[in-house]
Design a protein around this ligand. Structure first.
Ligand SMILES: [Zn+2]
Length: 370
């Protein structure tokens, strides 16, 4: 067997074609993974249809391209220099690629590499095109290559469908870590019912936050978020009450320790500014949603109150392994997702299914290697 099925994008637009292509061989430091599940992430349609005009400075893989950001599967083969991973291991493939040799990489800051690139998605710098050439396989195919340093080992208790949710979960986890979230703290989350925001709720609870204050608009979904842990999660439907007063009421008039902004392009900036205003002295706001509007920031207050505003992208492989251990231990509950599973041949239908999802609770995946 030397051929595999791959869903490829041949032109800018929303439609993938199923092609027969060669199964790749892996380099000395790489592994070959049989993809069991790949997430059809909510932002994918934007990337393949709108990024060329929205963000022309973000490189995309040359067409025809195999997309698929978040893949989980089973190791089929390993390169000659790979010793800690073996065929049969269950893994999540962290798609974040870096050059390994620039100043940022040498400091261990792989996410700040000038060539930082999401395998099967998009890149951030002029070096990204070379990364796409080295690793041209996203998760929308039966077999993909990845460097051994990009793998998170998954315990048996994590299904492949759950494992391929790690991208958005990890983005939230890394943001909460940058904000030093822990016991005794109150975390305010904007967009708490969305794919990123729900992950922030789950991880804040898993990390021991004492109180999670979730904001969004959809009351039905907010109630479902509250039900995750009614003794620690409180929710506000935006517009029902002024945000600062609501936060003050839950924090003895002190304000929140941390504010995670998880709303994407198109969201209004006023709610984010209110979230920053609702922080206590020394509070930290972390942006993971990337809204497109500019924020008018109260710089004098930021200085006086020692408030930090931090941008955070993605997460490290080690942070991914943290989450796998948390899920194995039962402190991170991955069973709350509604899985919508499609064969690879129905990837276009899976993309359409994103339109009807129930906020972050719906997890749309394709299953190539089954
Ligand atoms: Zn680098």
């Amino acid at each position: 067997m030397s051929k595999m099925q791959a869903a490829r994008l041949h032109e800018v637009g929303p439609t993938f074609t199923i092609d027969q292509i060669d199964i790749p061989s892996c380099g000395a430091n790489d592994v070959l993974v049989e993809v069991k599940a790949c997430n059809v992430v909510p932002n994918l349609r934007n990337v393949i249809e709108r990024y060329p005009t929205w963000f022309p400075y973000l490189p995309l893989p040359k067409l025809p391209a195999i997309y698929g950001l978040d893949a989980a599967g089973v190791v089929k083969a390993v390169g000659s220099h790979v010793h800690g991973v073996k065929p049969g291991d269950r893994v999540y493939v962290n798609p974040g690629r870096s050059c390994g040799s620039c100043h940022a990489c040498l400091r261990g800051e792989h996410l700040n590499c000038t060539a930082f690139t999401f395998q099967g998605y998009f890149g951030f710098g002029p070096g990204s095109q070379r990364v796409f050439e080295d690793y041209p396989y996203g998760g929308f195919c039966e077999y993909m290559t990845a460097p051994v340093g990009g793998l998170v080992k998954l315990p048996e208790s994590i299904t492949f469908e759950q494992g391929c949710r790690f991208g958005y979960l990890g983005t939230a986890y890394s943001a909460l870590k940058k904000a030093n979230v822990g016991a005794g703290q109150t975390v305010l989350i904007n967009g708490a019912t969305g794919t990123l925001g729900l992950g922030a709720v789950m991880l804040a609870l898993a990390m021991g936050a004492t109180k999670v204050l979730g904001m969004a608009r959809n009351k039905t979904l907010l109630e479902r978020v509250r039900q995750i842990d009614p003794s620690r999660v409180y929710v506000l439907s935006i517009g029902d009450e002024p945000i600062e007063e609501w936060v003050q009421g839950h924090t003895g008039s002190l304000g929140a320790d941390v504010f995670i902004d998880a709303v994407g392009p198109g969201a209004p900036h006023q709610i984010s500014v209110s979230g920053i205003q609702a922080l206590r002295r020394g509070g930290r706001m972390v942006d993971i949603g990337g809204m497109s509007e500019d924020l008018p920031l109260p710089m004098f207050k930021l200085m006086c109150f020692q408030i930090s505003v931090i941008g955070s992208l993605w997460f490290s492989v080690a942070e991914g392994q943290d989450m796998a251990e948390m899920a194995a231990a039962g402190t991170l509950d991955l069973t709350i997702f509604d899985q919508e599973v499609f064969p690879l041949s129905q990837v276009n239908e899976a993309l359409d299914a994103l339109e009807d999802r129930k906020g972050g609770f719906t997890n749309v995946v394709v299953t190539p290697g089954r």
